[in-house]
Design a protein around this ligand. Structure first.
Ligand code: TPP
Ligand code: DXP
Ligand code: MG
Length: 629
């Protein structure tokens, strides 16, 4: 690893000869594979951006020139070349480096990303910022073909295409893959562009050898010629100078092309073609499996899992198939997360009722609204964090019209290795204030299935939230039974303290309940809240505690506080949940313990808050004066 070890910043890279870049790429690719196999993380996309990363840092004067990586799951080569090689072992772990670009991690991470399709907007902002400040630096957005499908990318193209004198380069990294195979008309269009490869390649050869003044003339001639022999590309119609497609693994093509593009003014568009998983045969053959693997042995590849625990995602996927068999009106929608949302089987079994709409969360929700208008029963399977993108659609298109759409909200709460960008911490707060919404939080696998049926049969918008990964190991019944709307249940009867727990917090609340001899209620519904149960618990206990795996501000605890105020009940209430700060990556169990949301943390908070340690829990009268109904 001699070359790679000598690169501690892109300045070192720029000291290398062009001949050294290919061997460097080989070392970098081997390093990425070795490193990800030890930590887990996004693999296929990173193997595919090795040469592009080298070429960008070689040609552009980073960090003065800005590179904005879309999503940022493909930035491991970038991290390695920008001084973080020795920290890769800590990737996505507590106190380690992030799996995505982060502005406070490195000056080379010009923009924090992880939710897709933001790069062109951000790079355009930087390009206009440079222009307004009289600076001549370049801004480059690198966006994948999957991420290109989102409306936001087109909003940015639309804006950028009329800015004639900005130093903006958009690079489309086309590997003909999203996480799963790409979908939609854009994908079909890009394939058509690829089939015009010969013409495009011929153009590029001319462009890559000509000096800038000649290039301008060549461009004019080419435009003239194109007008006669073939239509301009869509990107040219948007006002960009389109170059490509070129081979994104060929440094001899990438470097001169980037050098030439750097010399041109105005919005430039480079279409590069790469292979997801490049250089590691197993990932090339199955880029889906190797998109975001856990640890594995690269010599053997990922082994089929033996007797893995049932995940909530699988509970949803099974329920979807069963409900689809039961009700022909059911249609399932995913914004580009077929595997992550557990919809592979549904896709296989019900191809005509399965809709992968691409990375288009906003569209997915309004599309569901339209289907509901026609009497169909749409189920939108979406990660809690990605539903944030479709907030107006949820309010304006679904809830306001009280349309019958079921939202299966996966990855609710802390997600672990992906960190703050992907944490589903806000759904309870942002959903709760929307009229007509029913909101449920599953405390175990069987309840998740029951809640999905309950939400499905509720005639209006309903959301069921459940966490990433496995549950507590509850047996899932086969029938499609429901639970009574707006009704919680008491799981443990204690005294003095009543813990009102939501979803994933029921299990640790029960542990705390054992320690404190507290009553524990599984509230089940954040909306409608079980007011009768709340009143009963307030009447029979001295202290109330709410606990949720979500932002404390505006969440389920706030709902309880509001309800108590409306009922004119004065009772000490401790609200436990996630603090008002972004929580970085790390193991989810570890993170929950750190924020005090494990059994020990919950009981400790209760003891401290109500000074229960000093006052014996067996003698409740000693502390009862703190509050009364
Ligand atoms: C708004 C949003 N929706 C969904 C995702 C999940 N996601 C992450 S990467 C990805 C596929 C992106 O495809 P592409 O941009 O082509 O990159 P590739 O994985 O092919 O390198 C998806 C759907 C996301 N990060 N952001
Ligand atoms: C980059 C991205 O957004 C996805 O790849 C995400 O990391 C998947 O998360 P899960 O592993 O929870 O499905
Ligand atoms: Mg792609």
């Amino acid at each position: 690893m001699t070359l790679l070890n000598s690169i501690n910043s892109p300045a070192d890279l720029r000291d290398l000869s062009k001949a050294q870049l290919k061997p460097l790429a080989d070392e970098l690719r081997a390093f990425v594979l070795d490193s990800v196999s030890k930590t887990g993380g996004h693999l296929s996309s990173n193997l595919g951006t090795v040469e592009l990363t080298i070429a960008l840092h070689y040609v552009f004067n980073t960090p003065e020139d800005r590179i904005v990586w879309d999503v940022g799951h493909q930035t491991y080569p970038h991290k390695i070349l920008t001084g973080r090689r020795d920290q890769m072992h800590s990737l996505r772990q507590l106190n380690g480096i992030s799996g995505f670009p982060k502005r406070d991690e490195s000056e080379f991470d010009t923009f924090g990303t992880a939710h897709s399709s933001t790069s062109i907007s951000a790079a355009l902002g930087m390009a206009v910022g440079a222009k307004l400040k009289g600076e001549s630096r370049h801004s480059v957005a690198v966006i994948g073909d999957g991420s290109m499908t989102a409306g936001m990318a087109f909003e940015a193209l639309n804006n950028a295409g009329v800015m004639e004198d900005v130093n903006l380069l958009v690079i489309l990294n086309d590997n003909d893959m999203s996480i799963s195979p790409p979908v939609g008309a854009l994908n079909r269009y890009l394939a058509r562009l690829m089939s015009g490869k010969f013409y495009a390649a011929a153009r590029n050869v001319g462009k890559s050898v000509l000096p800038p003044p000649m290039l301008e003339i060549a461009k004019k001639l080419e435009e003239h010629a194109k007008g006669m022999i073939m239509p301009a590309t869509m990107f040219e119609e948007f006002g960009f100078n389109y170059i490509g497609p070129i081979d994104g693994h060929d440094l001899d093509a990438l470097i001169p092309t980037l050098q030439n593009l750097k010399a041109l003014k105005g919005p430039q568009f480079l279409h590069v073609v790469t292979k997801k998983g490049q250089g590691y045969k197993l990932a090339e053959a199955d880029p889906v499996l190797y998109h975001g693997p856990g640890k594995f042995n690269p010599a053997e590849g990922i082994k089929p899992a033996t007797a893995t625990k049932l995940t909530y995602t699988k509970v949803f996927g099974d329920w979807l198939c069963d409900m689809a068999a039961h009700d022909a009106q059911l249609v399932g929608i995913t914004p580009a997360m077929r595997e992550g949302s557990g919809m592979v089987e549904f896709h296989q079994n019900y191809p005509d009722r399965y809709f992968d709409v691409g990375i288009a969360e906003q569209h997915s929700v309004t599309f569901a609204a339209g289907l509901a208008c026609e009497g169909l029963k749409p189920v939108v399977a979406i990660y809690s964090t990605f539903l944030q993108r479709a907030y107006d659609q949820l309010i304006h298109d679904v809830a306001l019209q009280n349309l019958d759409v079921t939202f299966a909200l996966d990855r609710a709460g802390l997600v672990g290795a992906d960190g703050a960008t992907h944490a589903g911490n806000y759904d309870l707060a942002y959903l709760r204030c929307i009229p007509n919404m029913v909101i449920m939080a599953a405390s175990d696998e069987n309840e998740c299935r029951q809640m999905l049926s309950t939400g499905y049969y509720y005639k209006g918008p309903a959301a069921i939230r459940y966490p990433r990964g496995a549950g507590i190991g509850a047996t899932v019944q086969k029938e499609l039974s429901t639970i009574p709307l707006g009704k919680g249940e008491i799981k443990r009867q204690g005294q003095q303290v009543a813990i009102l727990a939501f979803g994933s917090m029921v299990a640790p609340a029960l542990q705390a309940g054992e320690k404190l001899n507290a009553t524990v209620a599984n509230m089940r519904f954040v909306k409608p809240l079980d007011i009768d149960l709340l009143k009963q618990l307030a009447q029979t206990h001295d202290y109330l505690v709410s606990v949720e795996e979500g932002a404390k501000m505006g969440g389920a605890g706030s709902a309880i506080a509001e309800a108590l105020a409306e009922l004119n009940i004065t009772k000490p209430l401790l609200i436990l949940g996630l603090p008002d700060e972004f929580i970085d990556h790390g193991d989810a169990t570890q993170l929950l313990a750190l924020v005090g949301l494990d059994g020990a943390g919950i009981s400790k908070s209760i003891e401290q808050h109500f000074s229960l340690a000093q006052a014996s829990i067996a003698e409740p009268r000693l502390v009862a004066s703190l509050g009364k109904i």
